[in-house]
Design a protein around this ligand. Structure first.
Ligand SMILES: *[C@@H]1O[C@H](CO)[C@@H](O)[C@H](O)[C@H]1NC(C)=O
Ligand SMILES: *[C@@H]1O[C@H](CO)[C@@H](O)[C@H](O)[C@H]1NC(C)=O
Ligand SMILES: *[C@@H]1O[C@H](CO)[C@@H](O)[C@H](O)[C@H]1NC(C)=O
Ligand SMILES: *[C@@H]1O[C@H](CO)[C@@H](O)[C@H](O)[C@H]1NC(C)=O
Ligand SMILES: *[C@@H]1O[C@H](CO)[C@@H](O)[C@H](O)[C@H]1NC(C)=O
Ligand SMILES: *[C@@H]1O[C@H](CO)[C@@H](O)[C@H](O)[C@H]1NC(C)=O
Ligand SMILES: *[C@@H]1O[C@H](CO)[C@@H](O)[C@H](O)[C@H]1NC(C)=O
Ligand SMILES: *[C@@H]1O[C@H](CO)[C@@H](O)[C@H](O)[C@H]1NC(C)=O
Length: 647
């Protein structure tokens, strides 16, 4: 469809109704699960079989979408003849309702680092109706970086497990970025690029996040055809499963990032070559970005989106980020509005019902460029209600409050929490606990959801459980009470010392309140060597040591629990990380004072004692071994041998 037709359709639908504190965007009413109630119910039954085996027969689940009020999810559970009967407005709602029952009535727990599923027999009865509901239309999950930091090598079994985790934790708006390169390959071939021009563009699998964002190309590539085919197959499975739970997968769209070969075909195209990125030289970075106002943008963008919709089907939400970590060529508001209008037109040309989901990262990353006039111009280039902005790092740097709720565009309050896939205890529990409620109660708030946008996952499971649960709450939780119960569920043990350990952790290492704290893991352990590191920490290590002692003391009776072993390793790792910092400081001081003896002592302990111990510790649990996580159930034989000889 030509863009002018799409626009007249669009203009008639953009407004927001204020109902109570919440703004309801009519423009988003068509964003809903397409799978039938029966399919969604069957998806939850399948999840319970994977999770609980035979005992899943003690749950009777069904979906009835007319239970939902204004598109908001709800689930009701009751006991009937010693079974638990759950009915909810979507598969995700039912899965979340059951997880709530498993957590608060059975003391069970499901996480990236193991499950604690000692179900009481018989199941505890519910005396009345247990009803959970969410005030948030959308619960978003994943960051464009997560694919490279965490999921790039996943097989279907690992994805299946993650999608189960999403359903249990209430996610209904997940990013679905797998397999997009094979579609790009089709588009570039159709445009006339030859194979070598295409291969010189894609990076290797591990770097695809930054290739997609236009930061770099070619590095680690080319992608073999077998990769393309496998990723496509994987994406079909991922989408089918997500949709069967009633989730709305977010699909990729065109940002303007093009292979150099396009310049051979269209020498007159208005293309900007970016500067180098992150210490790569121009053999691997300095990407070519097509100006969104060039007619070729509409051509390539709509060719690609047609291919996406043809292959993947659609739920009408597409993500692209035009100025991610790059400064626009002009700060003229007229230009910026024209840019977003063009990007949106390339979507509506293919799907008149398109909604553009954009990460609000640029406003934070390039704050000196993005002043109110610029932000407003970019956002209002798209009809109100046809774009959803992710307030990407809202627990630390919220933007909704300084932009009058993104100047009327709907937004999702997101917790970013993790940078760079770093491990290490971290959390801003107070702002996570209060932020979503403040955003919802903000005058004329256009908030339509909450989200989790970590760059990397499989770390700090407690924070993600807290955040997911808050999406179903009407007010903040009592954190010390909440985390005490978390300890009970995580280990299936009511030992008060474990709850005390977790309260200590929540009051210290998980309670970062330093304003504007970014990229939290400053440990020399994870940084490039230098004598000028800021290795400061935001908590008192004494609290960590006390919690460590309590967890170590509980070890004898709990070593059979995977969740406990994981936390025992993890808390010890955190302690060793703090010790590393103190040796680092000794080394730096000794070097400064040219004291050779002290330098050799501190350096010697670090290199010959502490680091090998840390290595031994991390080798003792497969969750901490690179490449031996979920996708491979058992260690390789030589690993087993080495482990038994070292432990
Ligand atoms: C679904 O819920 C609606 C509203 O509560 C109710 O009228 C209807 O009977 C339910 N349908 C089924 C199949 O239970
Ligand atoms: C739950 O109620 C059923 C009867 O509805 C009863 O048979 C069962 O023993 C009860 N279970 C528990 C744990 O009390
Ligand atoms: C692709 O096109 C480029 C530019 O014309 C040329 O240098 C290259 O040899 C071609 N590669 C193949 C495989 O045809
Ligand atoms: C190319 O795009 C830039 C903005 O990126 C704009 O300033 C310039 O006028 C455009 N050039 C042409 C020839 O359209
Ligand atoms: C970029 O770096 C690579 C490897 O370090 C080198 O081979 C190449 O010539 C460099 N390219 C440019 C344009 O400097
Ligand atoms: C909220 O919207 C109303 C109606 O548009 C307006 O009168 C009021 O000033 C707005 N409040 C704030 C705090 O922006
Ligand atoms: C939180 O709960 C604990 C009990 O676990 C209680 O002692 C404390 O007073 C509560 N805090 C608040 C602010 O209600
Ligand atoms: C976190 O620290 C602040 C003070 O910085 C304190 O007011 C708050 O109670 C602490 N939260 C927890 C969970 O301990």
């Amino acid at each position: 469809m030509p863009p002018s037709v799409a626009f007249s359709l669009v203009l008639s639908v953009g407004f927001c109704l204020l109902l109570g504190a919440q703004c309801r965007f009519r423009t988003l009413d068509h964003i809903r699960a397409k799978a039938s109630d029966e399919v969604q119910g069957a998806a939850v039954a399948g999840l319970l079989r994977r999770l609980l085996g035979q005992r899943s027969a003690e749950f009777v689940v069904s979906v009835n979408r007319s239970l939902s009020n204004r598109g908001l999810d709800v689930c009701e559970l009751r006991s009937s003849k010693s079974k638990i009967v759950a009915v909810g407005s979507s598969g995700v709602a039912v899965a979340s309702g059951i997880y709530n029952y498993l957590k608060y009535f059975c003391n069970c727990h499901i996480s990236w680092s193991g499950d604690q599923l000692d179900l009481p027999r018989p199941l505890p009865n519910l005396s009345g109706v247990l009803r959970i509901s969410s005030p948030h239309r959308f619960r978003y999950y994943q960051n464009v970086c997560t694919f490279s930091y965490s999921s790039v090598w996943w097989s279907w079994s690992r994805w299946e497990r993650e999608i189960d985790w999403m359903a249990l934790n209430g996610i209904n708006l997940p990013l679905a970025f797998t397999g997009q390169e094979i579609l790009w390959q089709e588009v570039y071939r159709a445009l006339g690029l030859n194979q070598s021009e295409i291969e010189e563009f894609f990076s290797g699998p591990a770097f695809l996040a930054w290739n997609r964002m236009g930061n770099m190309f070619k590095f680690g590539g080319p992608l073999p055809q077998s990769w393309h085919v496998n990723q496509l197959r994987l994406q079909f499975q991922i989408l089918e499963r997500m949709r069967s739970f009633g989730m709305i997968p977010v699909l990729p769209a065109f940002s303007g990032n093009i292979p150099k070969g396009i310049l051979r075909l269209y020498p007159k195209a208005n293309v900007t070559m970016l500067g180098p990125w992150a210490h790569f030289n121009c053999s691997f970075s300095c990407s070519y970005i097509l100006d969104p106002e060039d007619p070729l943008f509409l051509q390539i963008g709509s060719l690609y989106l047609s291919e996406v919709v043809k292959q993947f089907g659609t739920d009408h939400i597409y993500n692209t980020d035009t100025f991610n970590e790059m400064t626009p060529p002009s700060s003229d508001p007229t230009y910026l509005s024209a840019v977003s209008r063009s990007v949106f037109a390339s979507m509506t040309a293919v799907d008149p019902q398109a909604i553009w989901l954009m990460q609000g990262w640029l406003f934070f990353n390039d704050a000196s460029f993005w002043k109110p006039a610029q932000i407003k111009a970019l956002l209002q280039g798209v009809p109100l209600g046809r774009m959803i902005v992710l307030d990407l790092f809202a627990e630390t740097e919220p933007f909704f409050s300084s932009t009058e709720s993104f100047y009327g565009q709907p937004f999702i309050w997101c917790m970013l929490h993790n940078f760079g896939g770093n491990t290490g205890f971290f959390g801003t529990v107070e702002s996570i606990n209060s932020g979503p409620f403040e955003a919802l109660n903000f005058p004329n708030s256009t908030m339509v959801g909450v989200g989790m946008t970590p760059e990397g996952i499989e770390q700090n499971p407690v924070i993600y459980e807290l955040m997911s649960e808050l999406a179903w709450r009407k007010e903040p939780v009592n954190l010390s009470k909440w985390v005490s119960l978390y300890a009970v569920r995580r280990y299936g043990s009511t030992q008060e010392t474990l709850a005390a350990a977790w309260r200590l952790l929540f009051a210290s290492v998980y309670n970062c309140t330093v304003p504007h704290y970014v990229n939290h893991n400053h440990s020399p352990l994870v940084r490039r060597p230098s004598f000028h590191m800021n290795a400061g920490i935001w908590y008192d290590p004494a609290d960590l040591y006390k919690a460590w002692k309590l967890i170590v003391e509980a070890a004898p009776s709990l070593m059979s629990k995977e969740t406990f072993r994981y936390d025992l390793v993890d808390v010890t790792r955190q302690v060793l990380q703090v010790l590393t910092t103190s040796f680092y400081q000794d080394i730096a001081d000794a070097f400064q004072r040219k004291n050779m003896l002290e330098l050799l002592t501190a350096g010697g302990v670090l290199v010959y004692d502490l680091l090998p111990e840390l290595n031994r510790l991390l080798s003792s649990d497969r969750n901490f071994l690179w490449g031996l996580g979920w996708s491979r159930p058992d260690p390789l034989p030589w690993m087993k041998k080495r482990r038994s000889s070292t432990t």
